[in-house]
Design a binder for this molecule. Sequence first.
Ligand SMILES: NC(=O)C1=CN([C@@H]2O[C@H](COP(=O)(O)OP(=O)(O)OC[C@H]3O[C@@H](n4cnc5c(N)ncnc54)[C@H](OP(=O)(O)O)[C@@H]3O)[C@@H](O)[C@H]2O)C=CC1
Ligand SMILES: O=CC(=O)O
Length: 312
Amino acid sequence: MDIIFYHPSFDTQFWLDKLSQALPDARVREWKPGDNEPADYALVWHPPVDMLQGRSLKAVFALGAGVDSILSQLNAHPDMLPESIPLFRLEDTGMALQMQEYAVSQVLHWFRRFDDYHAQKQQARWQELDEYQREDFTIGILGAGVLGSKVAESLQAWGFPLRCWSRSRKSWPGVQSFAGENELGNFLQGTRVLINLLPNTSETRGIINVSLLNQLADNAYLLNLARGVHVVEDDLLQALESGKLKGAMLDVFSKEPLPASSPLWAHPRVAMTPHIAAVTRPNEAIDYIARTITKLEQGEPVTGQVDRTRGY
Ligand SMILES: NC(=O)C1=CN([C@@H]2O[C@H](COP(=O)(O)OP(=O)(O)OC[C@H]3O[C@@H](n4cnc5c(N)ncnc54)[C@H](OP(=O)(O)O)[C@@H]3O)[C@@H](O)[C@H]2O)C=CC1
Ligand SMILES: O=CC(=O)O
């Protein structure tokens, strides 16, 4: 079996060595421009179109959880990957724990008013503030998939009221489930901390806009862990100015790296990280890919296949 690998920034040799160890019968090689030799599987992130075009592959694996970039490439070049070739993505493979760490630490930061205490420190001000109450700190998670479900689980341990919003209804103990567009308004009403873990699709792009933000509880917080294009950045700034939003923590931006001219950099109530909320962990990812390829070869059922019509 032949496997081709392409990632613009990973340590390719490390991946080739580890993949060869995990799949000893496979010949694994880095794809380079001009390589038209046959291959059975392709492991990719932001692949050049000619890497995949015209190949009769058994499957393609995206080396991340979100497949928005490869699906948008496919929109522009539908012949790059015919529908008959399944596309897989990474399901968790170590990302859920990272998302849990990020979400729990940020929610507790806001709940314990460390943002306010930090602002007071800037003014050398020693003043005890009123404590927030858990019952006023309802957390709403947009997206109740692999990562959203794990984030909900970790926040449950802290006793916050929890709710989630997805396309299909969930029945998770202790989490109120809202499903579909018709229930989005009820989901937002009373939500104090909004955590975004939606995929980037034509239905979700721009979803965090002025109309959505206005439906949140007053003095709400936004934690965007999914994609920058979910948020209309001008509307976010407006909601911060009006006081509707007390703070925002952003890991992702509509343009990355965030341009130096963005007003988000200097905003005192916006914190940010450079798209590191959950990075691909090579060992776990290789383990998942090797297991999935082995099952595909044996005709066994697998998980992680992207529904290209749905967009995630
Ligand atoms: N910042 C970072 O470092 C990282 C960001 N990400 C982002 O996180 C996203 C989520 O990942 P993951 O949890 O694995 O994805 P999943 O596909 O497992 O979950 C997606 C969830 O979103 C819901 N959803 C999709 N479309 C809609 C819609 N139109 N209306 C309501 N709900 C919708 C789905 O509903 P249903 O359950 O009904 O299908 C599902 O619950 C990724 O797509 C990626 O963009 C991922 C990894 C790292
Ligand atoms: O943003 C990262 C991903 O895996 O998706």
